[in-house]
Design a protein around this ligand. Structure first.
Ligand code: ADE
Length: 240
Protein backbone atom coordinates (compact mmCIF):
# COMPACT_ATOMS: atom_id res chain seq x y z
CA UNK A 1 0.00 0.00 0.00
CA UNK A 2 1.26 3.48 -0.79
CA UNK A 3 -0.57 6.18 1.09
CA UNK A 4 -0.14 9.50 -0.73
CA UNK A 5 0.02 13.02 0.68
CA UNK A 6 -0.05 15.97 -1.69
CA UNK A 7 0.55 19.43 -0.24
CA UNK A 8 -0.23 22.74 -1.95
CA UNK A 9 1.66 25.56 -0.27
CA UNK A 10 3.57 28.78 -0.82
CA UNK A 11 6.36 27.32 1.33
CA UNK A 12 7.26 23.86 0.02
CA UNK A 13 10.63 24.17 1.85
CA UNK A 14 8.73 23.50 5.10
CA UNK A 15 8.21 19.87 3.97
CA UNK A 16 8.94 17.11 4.85
CA UNK A 17 10.47 18.91 7.86
CA UNK A 18 10.07 16.67 10.92
CA UNK A 19 8.32 14.04 8.78
CA UNK A 20 11.67 13.31 7.10
CA UNK A 21 13.03 11.98 10.41
CA UNK A 22 12.44 9.11 12.81
CA UNK A 23 9.41 6.86 12.39
CA UNK A 24 7.71 8.86 9.62
CA UNK A 25 10.97 9.41 7.71
CA UNK A 26 11.91 5.73 7.76
CA UNK A 27 8.38 4.74 6.72
CA UNK A 28 8.63 7.13 3.79
CA UNK A 29 12.01 5.67 2.76
CA UNK A 30 10.42 2.20 2.84
CA UNK A 31 7.63 3.48 0.57
CA UNK A 32 4.80 3.07 3.13
CA UNK A 33 3.75 6.61 2.28
CA UNK A 34 4.80 9.35 -0.12
CA UNK A 35 4.78 13.14 -0.01
CA UNK A 36 4.53 15.51 -2.96
CA UNK A 37 4.58 19.30 -2.62
CA UNK A 38 3.41 21.87 -5.14
CA UNK A 39 4.15 25.57 -4.95
CA UNK A 40 0.93 27.61 -5.26
CA UNK A 41 3.06 30.46 -6.64
CA UNK A 42 3.38 28.49 -9.89
CA UNK A 43 -0.32 29.11 -10.46
CA UNK A 44 -0.09 32.83 -9.65
CA UNK A 45 -1.22 35.53 -12.08
CA UNK A 46 0.82 37.99 -14.13
CA UNK A 47 4.44 38.97 -13.99
CA UNK A 48 4.46 38.87 -10.20
CA UNK A 49 2.63 35.54 -9.98
CA UNK A 50 0.07 37.12 -7.63
CA UNK A 51 -1.90 34.62 -5.56
CA UNK A 52 -3.83 36.99 -3.31
CA UNK A 53 -5.86 40.19 -3.28
CA UNK A 54 -7.67 42.56 -0.93
CA UNK A 55 -10.83 41.28 0.81
CA UNK A 56 -14.26 42.32 -0.45
CA UNK A 57 -16.03 44.13 2.38
CA UNK A 58 -12.75 45.62 3.56
CA UNK A 59 -10.57 44.64 6.48
CA UNK A 60 -6.98 43.76 7.14
CA UNK A 61 -4.83 41.33 5.22
CA UNK A 62 -5.04 39.58 1.89
CA UNK A 63 -7.15 36.68 0.66
CA UNK A 64 -5.98 33.92 -1.69
CA UNK A 65 -7.78 34.14 -5.03
CA UNK A 66 -10.27 31.43 -6.04
CA UNK A 67 -9.02 31.26 -9.65
CA UNK A 68 -5.46 30.64 -8.49
CA UNK A 69 -6.42 27.94 -5.98
CA UNK A 70 -8.76 26.34 -8.54
CA UNK A 71 -5.98 26.19 -11.14
CA UNK A 72 -3.67 24.59 -8.58
CA UNK A 73 -6.21 21.96 -7.51
CA UNK A 74 -7.18 21.17 -11.10
CA UNK A 75 -3.53 20.99 -12.12
CA UNK A 76 -2.55 18.65 -9.31
CA UNK A 77 -5.53 16.28 -8.97
CA UNK A 78 -5.95 13.46 -11.47
CA UNK A 79 -9.42 12.49 -12.74
CA UNK A 80 -9.76 9.35 -10.61
CA UNK A 81 -8.32 10.94 -7.48
CA UNK A 82 -10.77 10.25 -4.66
CA UNK A 83 -8.61 11.57 -1.81
CA UNK A 84 -10.19 14.17 0.50
CA UNK A 85 -9.02 17.74 -0.06
CA UNK A 86 -8.39 19.39 3.32
CA UNK A 87 -7.86 23.09 3.97
CA UNK A 88 -6.04 23.77 7.25
CA UNK A 89 -7.70 26.73 8.95
CA UNK A 90 -8.63 27.84 12.47
CA UNK A 91 -12.21 28.11 11.07
CA UNK A 92 -12.35 24.35 10.50
CA UNK A 93 -13.80 21.57 12.61
CA UNK A 94 -11.30 20.30 15.13
CA UNK A 95 -9.02 17.41 14.08
CA UNK A 96 -9.55 14.29 16.21
CA UNK A 97 -7.95 10.86 16.53
CA UNK A 98 -11.03 9.48 14.74
CA UNK A 99 -10.22 11.72 11.74
CA UNK A 100 -6.62 10.50 11.77
CA UNK A 101 -7.86 6.89 11.71
CA UNK A 102 -10.29 7.65 8.88
CA UNK A 103 -7.62 9.38 6.77
CA UNK A 104 -5.16 6.53 7.45
CA UNK A 105 -7.74 4.02 6.18
CA UNK A 106 -8.02 5.84 2.82
CA UNK A 107 -5.65 6.31 -0.14
CA UNK A 108 -4.16 9.57 1.14
CA UNK A 109 -4.97 13.27 1.48
CA UNK A 110 -4.55 16.52 -0.44
CA UNK A 111 -3.65 19.36 1.93
CA UNK A 112 -4.21 22.99 1.10
CA UNK A 113 -2.15 25.46 3.14
CA UNK A 114 -3.19 29.10 3.21
CA UNK A 115 -1.28 32.19 4.21
CA UNK A 116 -2.65 35.69 4.69
CA UNK A 117 -6.21 35.96 5.97
CA UNK A 118 -7.39 32.83 4.22
CA UNK A 119 -8.74 31.45 0.96
CA UNK A 120 -11.78 32.68 -0.97
CA UNK A 121 -14.69 30.59 0.33
CA UNK A 122 -16.17 29.90 -3.13
CA UNK A 123 -13.31 27.73 -4.36
CA UNK A 124 -13.47 25.68 -1.14
CA UNK A 125 -17.19 25.08 -1.78
CA UNK A 126 -16.69 24.31 -5.46
CA UNK A 127 -14.10 21.59 -4.74
CA UNK A 128 -15.89 20.13 -1.70
CA UNK A 129 -12.92 20.99 0.49
CA UNK A 130 -12.99 19.88 4.16
CA UNK A 131 -11.95 22.64 6.56
CA UNK A 132 -9.91 21.34 9.49
CA UNK A 133 -8.33 23.08 12.50
CA UNK A 134 -5.70 21.55 14.79
CA UNK A 135 -6.76 23.64 17.79
CA UNK A 136 -8.11 26.91 19.13
CA UNK A 137 -5.14 29.14 18.39
CA UNK A 138 -4.00 30.94 15.25
CA UNK A 139 -0.85 29.93 13.35
CA UNK A 140 0.75 32.17 10.74
CA UNK A 141 -0.04 29.60 8.07
CA UNK A 142 -1.48 26.15 7.51
CA UNK A 143 1.91 24.43 7.04
CA UNK A 144 2.62 23.49 10.67
CA UNK A 145 -0.98 22.27 10.93
CA UNK A 146 -0.51 20.13 7.79
CA UNK A 147 2.63 18.61 9.37
CA UNK A 148 0.65 17.86 12.54
CA UNK A 149 -2.19 16.23 10.60
CA UNK A 150 0.23 14.12 8.55
CA UNK A 151 2.16 13.03 11.65
CA UNK A 152 -1.05 11.89 13.34
CA UNK A 153 -2.02 9.84 10.27
CA UNK A 154 1.32 8.39 9.14
CA UNK A 155 2.02 6.76 12.51
CA UNK A 156 -1.26 4.84 12.11
CA UNK A 157 -0.40 3.38 8.68
CA UNK A 158 0.09 -0.42 8.69
CA UNK A 159 3.62 -1.34 9.73
CA UNK A 160 4.72 2.21 10.63
CA UNK A 161 4.38 2.15 14.40
CA UNK A 162 6.71 -0.37 16.05
CA UNK A 163 4.32 -1.70 18.63
CA UNK A 164 0.66 -2.21 17.72
CA UNK A 165 -0.22 -2.57 21.41
CA UNK A 166 0.72 0.98 22.30
CA UNK A 167 -1.72 2.19 19.65
CA UNK A 168 -4.61 0.41 21.31
CA UNK A 169 -3.89 1.85 24.74
CA UNK A 170 -2.94 5.43 23.89
CA UNK A 171 -4.85 8.61 24.62
CA UNK A 172 -8.25 9.02 22.89
CA UNK A 173 -8.46 5.38 21.72
CA UNK A 174 -11.25 4.84 24.26
CA UNK A 175 -12.29 8.47 24.76
CA UNK A 176 -9.99 8.97 27.74
CA UNK A 177 -6.52 10.44 28.20
CA UNK A 178 -3.95 7.72 28.66
CA UNK A 179 -2.76 6.71 32.15
CA UNK A 180 0.58 8.15 33.43
CA UNK A 181 3.87 6.32 32.83
CA UNK A 182 6.78 5.45 35.12
CA UNK A 183 10.17 3.77 34.63
CA UNK A 184 13.38 3.12 36.62
CA UNK A 185 14.56 4.07 39.14
CA UNK A 186 11.65 2.95 41.36
CA UNK A 187 12.64 5.68 43.80
CA UNK A 188 13.78 8.94 42.25
CA UNK A 189 14.67 11.95 44.43
CA UNK A 190 12.39 10.65 47.16
CA UNK A 191 9.46 10.15 44.78
CA UNK A 192 8.28 6.55 44.69
CA UNK A 193 6.55 4.86 41.74
CA UNK A 194 2.94 3.90 42.62
CA UNK A 195 3.43 0.64 44.46
CA UNK A 196 0.76 -1.28 42.56
CA UNK A 197 2.90 -1.02 39.40
CA UNK A 198 5.63 -3.09 41.10
CA UNK A 199 3.18 -5.76 42.32
CA UNK A 200 3.10 -7.95 39.21
CA UNK A 201 -0.68 -8.16 39.67
CA UNK A 202 -1.82 -7.47 36.10
CA UNK A 203 -5.52 -7.14 36.90
CA UNK A 204 -4.83 -4.69 39.72
CA UNK A 205 -2.46 -2.70 37.48
CA UNK A 206 -5.07 -2.53 34.71
CA UNK A 207 -7.68 -1.31 37.22
CA UNK A 208 -5.28 1.31 38.61
CA UNK A 209 -4.48 2.56 35.10
CA UNK A 210 -8.16 2.80 34.18
CA UNK A 211 -8.93 4.74 37.38
CA UNK A 212 -5.95 7.09 36.77
CA UNK A 213 -7.07 7.69 33.18
CA UNK A 214 -10.55 8.57 34.40
CA UNK A 215 -9.29 10.88 37.18
CA UNK A 216 -6.92 12.75 34.84
CA UNK A 217 -9.49 13.04 32.05
CA UNK A 218 -12.07 14.42 34.47
CA UNK A 219 -9.61 17.01 35.84
CA UNK A 220 -7.97 18.09 32.57
CA UNK A 221 -10.56 17.50 29.87
CA UNK A 222 -14.11 18.03 31.11
CA UNK A 223 -15.25 17.94 27.46
CA UNK A 224 -13.90 14.40 26.94
CA UNK A 225 -15.12 13.38 30.37
CA UNK A 226 -18.69 14.48 29.69
CA UNK A 227 -18.79 12.55 26.41
CA UNK A 228 -17.23 9.47 28.02
CA UNK A 229 -19.56 9.55 31.01
CA UNK A 230 -22.66 9.90 28.86
CA UNK A 231 -21.55 7.02 26.61
CA UNK A 232 -20.80 4.73 29.52
CA UNK A 233 -24.30 3.57 30.45
CA UNK A 234 -23.05 3.22 34.05
CA UNK A 235 -24.40 6.49 35.47
CA UNK A 236 -22.67 5.80 38.79
CA UNK A 237 -19.27 6.96 37.48
CA UNK A 238 -17.48 9.16 39.99
CA UNK A 239 -18.06 12.85 39.48
CA UNK A 240 -20.92 12.63 37.02
N1 ADE B 1 -3.89 27.84 10.16
C1 ADE B 1 -3.73 28.82 11.06
N2 ADE B 1 -4.10 28.42 12.28
C2 ADE B 1 -4.52 27.13 12.16
C3 ADE B 1 -5.03 26.17 13.06
N3 ADE B 1 -5.20 26.44 14.35
N4 ADE B 1 -5.37 24.96 12.57
C4 ADE B 1 -5.22 24.70 11.27
N5 ADE B 1 -4.74 25.55 10.38
C5 ADE B 1 -4.39 26.77 10.81
Amino acid sequence: MNWRATVLTLFPEMFPGPLGLSLAGRARERGDWSLQTHNLREYGLGRHRAVDDTPFGGGAGLVMRPDVVDAALSGVLGAGDVRPVIYLTPRGRRLTQADARRYAAGDGVVLLCGRYEGIDERVLEAHGVEQVSIGDYVLSGGEPAALVLLDSVVRLLPGVMGSERSGLEESFSDGLLEYPHFTKPADWQGRAVPEILLSGNHAAIAAWRRASAETDTRARRPDLWAAYASRTSNNALPGT
